[in-house]
Design a protein around this ligand. Structure first.
Ligand SMILES: Nc1nc2c(ncn2[C@@H]2O[C@H](COP(=O)(O)OP(=O)(O)O)[C@@H](O)[C@H]2O)c(=O)[nH]1
Ligand SMILES: [Mg+2]
Length: 314
């Protein structure tokens, strides 16, 4: 077994942090480590929290941490920031807010960004989730910053996706366009102290009619006021309920099977892309940018592809 995997299994928190950094940096031993990590996973509940910036995700996560800890469970939180490692602001605010949990060994908080990882942020996030799972956390929660394509990718790797909306913000349409409506397992109307909750509920139900699946889990709508700790228990109960559904029904089984298939495909794609990238790196030196400028891109791509295949056949 990879020494880091062994240390993670023995609850060495520094090994956990180091392993996640290796994943972010696409370390050469990454796949070997992850395969060992996978063999010691403990089946934690993977939860994703998504929603527009300012919807109250971090405030809710903070409340949830306390709630989960009171139930005697441990929790890892991964804050994903696809923009850059320099964004600071939002995450810094989160850190201050979540500060109260920093000395609790049952809580681990980590922010993630891609630093050129080939598989992208969603891939790195999934690997980080697995690492936290292997360490033995009962719950691994991922918080994203917004509702774009990378959020959508990330939400495809968790068990349960909670979508946080706020009354009168108009973010429903944005969320709908991003395709997040379809993958949400739980809708949360946060800031329920503000007017417009009933209107949003009606709107949500309309959208649910459009995106409705033929069978399976019907996403519940939960209202919360995270600043006053209202609705957090209900939110947690619904998250758990969905987890139970995943493990006890055919549809849940099917969903997990789909995710597994997708993941294998993703890993193959990443491996192949690694090859292609290496090839292109070398090949670009032969075709300088000046030569490329006025050439037919289709022809050039076909040309490169042929060369790549020949390389592979050798
Ligand atoms: N009125 C009200 N404000 C809230 C509520 N939840 C969060 N906020 C505020 O909304 C702002 C953004 O919250 P934050 O948790 O950082 O949102 P995030 O960007 O989705 O993580 C903060 O100023 C919070 O205090 C709520 O239930 N009601
Ligand atoms: Mg936040």
């Amino acid at each position: 077994m990879h020494p880091l995997a062994e240390r993670i299994q023995n609850k060495d928190i520094r090994a956990l942090a180091k392993a996640i950094t290796m994943v972010e940096n696409d370390h050469p031993e990454k796949l070997e480590l992850l395969s060992d990590v996978f063999s010691i996973k403990n089946n934690a509940h993977y939860i994703g929290i998504t929603g527009s910036p300012g919807a109250g995700k971090s405030s809710l996560v903070n409340r949830l941490i306390t709630h989960v800890r009171n139930k005697g469970l441990t929790i890892a939180v991964i804050a994903v920031d696809p923009t850059s490692p320099f964004s600071g602001g939002a995450l810094l605010g989160d850190r201050v807010r979540m500060n109260q949990h920093f000395t609790d060994p049952g809580v681990y908080i980590r922010s993630m960004a891609t630093r050129g990882s080939l598989g992208g942020l969603a891939r790195a996030t999934k690997d980080a989730i697995r690492i936290c799972d292997a360490y033995g956390f009962d719950v691994v929660l991922v918080e994203t910053v917004g509702v774009g394509q990378s959020e959508l990718d990330i939400m495809k790797v968790v068990d349960t996706t909670a979508l946080v909306l706020t009354p009168n913000s108009g973010d429903v349409l944005q969320v709908f366009k991003a395709g997040i409506m379809e993958i949400a397992d739980i809708f949360i109307i946060n800031k329920a102290d503000l007017p417009g909750v009933e209107k949003l509920k009606i709107l949500l139900k309309d959208f649910m009619m459009i995106t409705k699946k033929e069978e399976g889990h019907i996403p519940p709508i939960v209202t919360t006021i995270s600043t006053d700790n209202v609705g957090v228990e209900e939110m947690w109960d619904h998250l758990k309920e969905h987890h139970t559904y995943l493990y006890n029904t055919d549809q849940g089984d099917q969903k997990r099977q789909e995710q597994f298939k997708l993941e294998v495909q993703e890993l193959i794609r990443e491996e192949m892309w690694r090859d292609v990238a290496r090839f292109l790196d070398g090949f670009e030196k032969e075709y300088t940018i000046d030569q490329v400028k006025y050439k037919d891109p289709y022809l050039l791509a076909a040309n490169w592809y042929e060369k790549w295949k020949q390389e592979g056949d050798k």
